[in-house]
Design a protein around this ligand. Structure first.
Ligand code: 5GP
Length: 194
C-alpha cells in the first residue's frame, strides 16, 4: 500500500535491525485518514469471506480494526491484556509473549462477543514472530469460530511470523512488508505478501 510505505519511509524511526518505531501515525498518535484507507484496503482484501467479527489486541490494533469494521459493517473486538473489574470470568484466554516488551501477558476476550457462529478476521499492527496472532488464533479456536484470515498493517518479513502462519495455510495479508532494517534503512519486500 503506497501511502503506508511512504509514511513508514518519511516518519518511521529504525531503532535497531529488528525494530521500527511508527509512533507518529500508528502506535501513539494516530493518522485517521491513513487508518480509513487501511480499513478500506483490508475490507477489499477480505470481501466475500463472510467475516462477522474482527479481533485484535489492545492497544495499537484497535484503530485499524475499528476502521476495517466500519468498512465491512461488522464489530471489532480487542483482546485485553489485563483483567479488569468488569472483565473477570466468562473469558477465553491465551498467553502471548510480547516481542517489544519481552514479557508474557495473558490476553482475554469475553465469551459474550465471539461464538461458533462467527467467521473472524484477525488484525494487528505488526507481525514479527507471530506470537500475538497465534494467541488470537487460540481464542478463535476456543470459541469454535472460523478464521477468515489475518490482516497485518506492517509485516517484518525477516522474522518468522509470516512463515509460521502461511505454512499452516492461513491467508495473511500485509499492507506493507519490510524486508530489512539494516543500517537504519527501511527496505520493502518487492512484491507485497499475500
Ligand atoms: P509478534 O507477536 O508477531 O512477535 O509481534 C507483534 C507485536 O509486537 C505487535 O502487536 C506489535 O505491537 C509489536 N511489534 C513487533 N515488532 C514491532 C516493531 O518493529 N515496532 C513496533 N512499534 N511494534 C512491534
Amino acid at each position: 500500500m503506497e501511502l503506508l510505505e511512504q509514511k513508514i519511509l518519511n516518519e518511521g524511526r529504525v531503532l535497531s535491525e529488528s525494530v521500527i518505531k511508527v509512533d507518529s501515525f500508528l502506535n501513539h498518535q494516530i493518522d485517521p485518514v491513513l487508518m480509513q484507507q487501511i480499513g478500506e484496503e483490508f475490507s477489499d482484501r477480505f470481501a466475500n469471506k463472510g467475516v462477522t467479527k474482527i479481533i485484535t489486541l489492545e492497544s495499537s490494533g484497535i484503530a485499524p480494526a475499528q476502521m476495517t469494521g466500519l468498512s465491512l459493517g461488522v464489530p471489532a473486538i480487542f483482546a485485553r491484556k489485563r483483567k479488569s473489574l468488569t472483565l473477570i470470568d466468562h473469558l477465553y484466554s491465551a498467553s502471548v509473549h510480547s516481542f517489544t516488551k519481552n514479557e508474557t501477558n495473558e490476553i482475554s476476550v469475553s465469551k459474550d462477543y465471539i461464538s461458533s457462529d462467527d467467521t473472524v478476521l484477525i488484525l494487528d499492527d505488526f507481525l514479527a514472530n507471530g506470537q500475538a496472532v497465534l494467541g488470537l488464533m487460540d481464542i478463535v479456536e476456543q470459541a469454535g469460530a472460523s478464521l477468515a484470515g489475518v490482516g497485518i498493517v506492517i509485516e517484518k518479513g525477516f522474522q518468522d511470523g509470516g512463515k509460521i502462519l502461511r505454512e499452516q495455510g492461513i491467508r495473511v495479508e500485509s499492507l506493507a512488508s519490510i524486508e530489512s532494517l539494516v543500517d537504519g534503512k527501511v527496505t520493502f519486500t518487492k512484491e507485497e505478501a499475500s
